[in-house]
Design a protein around this ligand. Structure first.
Ligand SMILES: [Zn+2]
Length: 528
């Protein structure tokens, strides 16, 4: 059973995704480690960058066969061969709709003739040829077989039946593959799309019918509704049909996260196998059963694909799980307090919000009135800025030794305005209370400021491991570390100096000003 992964070709054609040479290279390394047999790395004729990416991948010593997409044209095939790819996935139109649209004025016979010439040329250029009939699920099967027969005579090595627009149903996929299998000696591959949500089922049935190779993408990326997802197809084949692939399943999740990070194409929360929720359980009656016997609510063991089970606390949370968590945090709670914590969680969830780890800790600490040893706490911050001809304006509310203080200020930028407002608040408090130590805090000096967009540490570690195999990638890692998307959380690191003492703190938020002020205040707390 061969897996051709086309994340870098069909997946990259997903609207909104565009991968640089380096990103393609790192994904190719990951796919190779994952155990993919054939990596379709792109379309060599599609441009300089694309050509360069395929060439780099082809020359980076991967175990996998490196393949490029091509049309039945000599220029396309030349580009594939010049990019040093091992093989070409060459595609000819096979349905009348596609023939008419792509080769106006040409007949079915013309397509056969052009295809045969293209296959012969690719063989002359030393390429392994996988020949695909595009849109074959909507084509006359008799013609597809005629076309296949002609290219096999011309020494094509493999054939691909493609469900280009995702209109097959499983039974038909199986029947067609069975028929092709009995007609041709060369391996037959299946390429499926997910327009009706049947890509996984069709691919599995194609294998039942005798497909020896399947085309998939990580996370099901691909045009429109995407291609057959690697993770789903592999798990279904192995779990229910006992069909082994070379995929190292325990790497599935990290590769999925890597692809999500580099493509910036988010995985649906409820996506099978790799979605955020796929192994998430809300604690309650259901989780106590789960913890006693994991298969009660978990059809796939999370470790199988390199994941962990997650239990979230929500309005269905049981008392036992709250007590356990309180203990884990190193606190003690009596019956009344546990009840209060559960009540607060229910209120929080009732507002349509989900209690994540930090919210929960906050609720618990609030109820248990745990002192956090901080004198200054940011309670509110509002900044008005932009290119309006007026100065940025900040208003701030802090709690200082338990007392709320508010102040406003103008500044040269939003952060400057926020810090000035903060200092005004400190000054007002110090004057009112005659507190000199607080008053002196306004004399701190900002000695260092650094903002980094965060991506999952595990993804970065993983990329670093892959980069060890290819020194060309180490630059990329550094850039990815500071890669920002508009929704990326930001780490702000600040250093303040006062009387020769330097302190450092980190703030984290999707709002860079908020993160900056949090870090600034954390520093002040260390200086008090
Ligand atoms: Zn496709």
């Amino acid at each position: 059973m061969l897996i051709l992964d086309t994340t870098l070709r069909d997946g990259e054609q997903t609207p909104g995704i565009s991968l640089t040479v380096e990103k393609k290279l790192i994904i190719a390394h990951a796919l190779d480690e994952l155990g993919v047999d054939i990596i379709e790395a792109g379309t060599a004729i599609a441009g300089e960058e694309e050509f360069k990416a395929i060439k780099e991948i082809a020359n980076s010593g991967l175990k996998a066969e490196v393949c490029s997409f091509a049309r039945i044209k000599e220029v396309d095939i030349d580009a594939v061969a010049n990019a040093d790819a091992d093989s070409v996935f060459m595609v000819a139109p096979s349905s009348d709709i596609h023939i008419r649209t792509k080769f106006p004025g040409k007949s079915r016979e013309d397509i056969i003739e052009i295809s045969v010439r293209a296959v012969e040329y690719a063989k002359e250029r030393g390429l392994t040829v996988e020949f695909g009939a595009e849109d074959s699920s909507r084509a006359d099967l008799g013609f597809v077989k005629e076309l296949f027969k002609a290219v096999v005579d011309a020494k094509a090595d493999r054939l691909t039946f493609t469900d280009t627009v995702g209109v097959l149903i499983p039974e038909k996929a199986e029947r067609i593959m069975r028929e092709l299998r009995s007609t041709f000696k060369v391996p037959i591959a299946f390429h499926g799309h997910n327009d009706f949500g049947l890509a996984t089922a069709n691919t599995v049935y194609a294998v039942k019918g005798g497909a020896k190779e399947i085309h998939v993408t990580v996370n099901g990326l691909g045009e429109r509704a995407g291609n057959a997802p690697l993770e789903e197809v592999v798990l279904v084949l192995e779990t229910f049909y006992g069909i082994k692939t070379n995929i190292r399943k325990e790497k599935i999740y990290e590769v999925s996260k890597l692809v999500e990070t580099l493509t910036r194409f988010p995985i649906a929360l409820n996506k099978p196998v790799v979605g955020y929720n796929a192994f998430m359980h809300e604690s309650g009656i259901h989780t106590s059963a789960l913890l006693r016997n994991t298969i009660s609510y978990e059809p796939i063991p999370p470790e199988l694909i390199g994941r962990k089970r997650a239990i979230v606390h929500g309005k269905h949370s049981g008392k036992a799980s709250i007590i356990k968590l309180v203990e884990e945090l190193g606190y003690e709670a009596d019956d009344e307090q546990v009840k209060m914590i559960m009540k607060r969680i229910k209120e929080f969830e009732g507002k349509g919000k989900r209690v994540m780890g930090s919210d929960l800790i906050k609720i618990i600490e609030d109820v248990l009135k745990v002192k956090r040893g901080r004198k200054i706490i940011l309670k509110g911050l509002n900044v008005v800025c932009g290119k309006s001809g007026t100065s940025p304006h900040a208003s701030i509310k802090i709690s200082l030794n338990g007392e709320d203080v508010e102040a406003t200020a103008l500044g040269k930028g939003p952060f400057d305005a926020s810090v000035r407002a903060l200092k005004n608040a400190l000054k007002n408090y110090a004057e009112k209370k005659g507190d000199r130590s607080i008053g002196e805090l306004v004399n701190v000096k900002l000695v260092n400021y650094k903002a980094n967009a965060i991506i999952d540490d595990k993804v970065v570690d993983y990329m670093e491991r892959l980069a060890e195999r290819n020194p060309k990638l180490s630059d990329l890692i550094e850039r990815i570390r500071i890669m920002t998307g508009t929704d990326a959380p930001v780490d702000v690191i600040i250093q303040l100096e006062k009387d020769d003492k330097v302190v450092t703190a980190i703030g984290r938020s999707t709002d860079i000003i908020h993160a900056s002020v949090e870090a600034y205040i954390e520093c002040l707390n260390k200086l008090i």
